[in-house]
Design a protein around this ligand. Structure first.
Ligand SMILES: *Cc1c(COP(=O)(O)O)cnc(C)c1O
Length: 341
């Protein structure tokens, strides 16, 4: 029985569900892992994660479709990206096929928390991993814990699909060594001051520029960016220091193969942004959130799509992507993993 939760009023916050998965890595191998009802983690005071932030995570969603199935969107992509991140941070990759298997297990164990079709909510899954044994010299841990918990969520930005405002900050988001392509807690720790500062000044998010030349658009704190040009071309920044968003890759495919638009990943200069027609943030949490205004040190760029509605192309992209996820539109091969018929 689906839980008695007011799904339509859910924001993007933590709601405790029944089960989470835990597996430990010790003596060079992962154990079988298990589901548990315990939502706490007890750690050594000198655990690698606490001292040197050796940790990474993923974010993905399960949806209830129009024909009442529970599905997960492209979990193989999250499995691979988390393995890539782990290797970069000197952590053992969690096996990709096992990752998909335990994602399915966690969704099934919390199936009553998958929001109903049409509620606007979904079940967010948070796989993560961290160094758990004691380290004191600067070096990687040798023992790790991998966990996945689930929490039902609503829209990331209050107001759902209302356009938001960005500002170009004076801060760089990631560590100066250009580690934007890893999905790790440390990238986020480095952005917390910038995001609080943006909120205090009335902006929803920061739009970071490349830290080397400060002329090219990168991404926001937790989402990639797409623009629509005056010629209805969908473009997105090419950069090795932004997080390779699965939503973004999916949207570029949708633009080209479902909507017949030109879609290109290329360097995008801040000086071009004033000429674009539409702008939106994309990610698992943000889905596709329209941007109405961007402020660059006092200079305002008002997107022609305005502050009331999604732009025309953004809306088409949004409807097609969410249509694929909710089973209203046929998905490309391999995009939808059915959990429960
Ligand atoms: C997770 C994340 C995104 C979005 O990636 P998806 O795979 O689409 O969810 C974008 N930028 C950053 C910094 C992220 O952490």
């Amino acid at each position: 029985m689906t839980k008695n939760i007011d799904w339509s009023s859910l924001g993007f916050g933590y709601v405790q569900t029944d089960y989470r998965y835990v597996s430990n890595f010790k003596d060079g191998k992962w154990d079988d892992g298990t589901l548990t009802t315990d939502n706490t983690v007890t750690l050594h005071e000198s655990a690698g994660v606490l001292q040197y932030a050796q940790t990474c995570f993923e974010g993905m969603k399960a949806y209830r479709t129009i024909d009442n199935k529970v599905v997960c969107f492209r979990p193989d992509m999250n499995a691979k990206r988390m393995a890539d991140t782990a290797r970069y941070l000197e952590m053992p990759a969690f096996p990709e096929d096992k990752f998909i298997e335990v994602v399915e297990k966690v969704i099934k164990a919390n199936i009553d928390f998958v929001p109903p079709y049409g509620s606007g909510a979904s079940l967010y899954l948070r796989p993560y991993m961290f160094g758990s044994n004691a380290v004191i010299g600067v070096k990687p841990a040798t023992e790790f814990q991998f966990r996945i918990f689930a929490t039902p969520v609503g829209p990331y930005f209050k107001g759902g699909v209302k356009p938001i405002t960005l500002r170009v900050p004076d801060f760089d988001r990631a560590a100066p060594c250009g580690t934007g392509h890893i999905k790790a807690g440390l990238n986020y720790a480095m952005s917390l001051h910038a995001i609080v500062d943006a909120h205090n000044q009335g902006y929803n998010e920061n739009m970071y520029l490349d830290s080397k030349t400060r002329t090219k658009v990168e991404e926001t704190g937790g989402a990639n960016i797409i623009f629509v040009t005056k010629d209805n071309e969908v473009i997105t920044p090419k950069s090795s220091t932004i997080l390779p968003s699965i939503t973004r890759r999916s949207l570029m495919y949708v633009a080209e193969h479902y909507l017949g638009l030109k879609a290109e990943e290329r360097e995008i200069y801040m000086s071009e942004v004033k000429d674009f027609k539409e702008c939106a943030l994309c990610g698992t949490a943000a889905v596709l959130s329209p941007v109405g205004k961007i402020v660059d040190h006092g200079e305002e760029i008002n997107l022609p799509s305005g502050m009331n509605d999604m732009g025309e192309i953004t809306k088409k992209l949004y409807d097609t992507l969410t249509g694929i996820q909710m089973g209203r539109i046929e998905a490309p091969e391999g995009w939808i993993k059915v959990i429960n018929e």
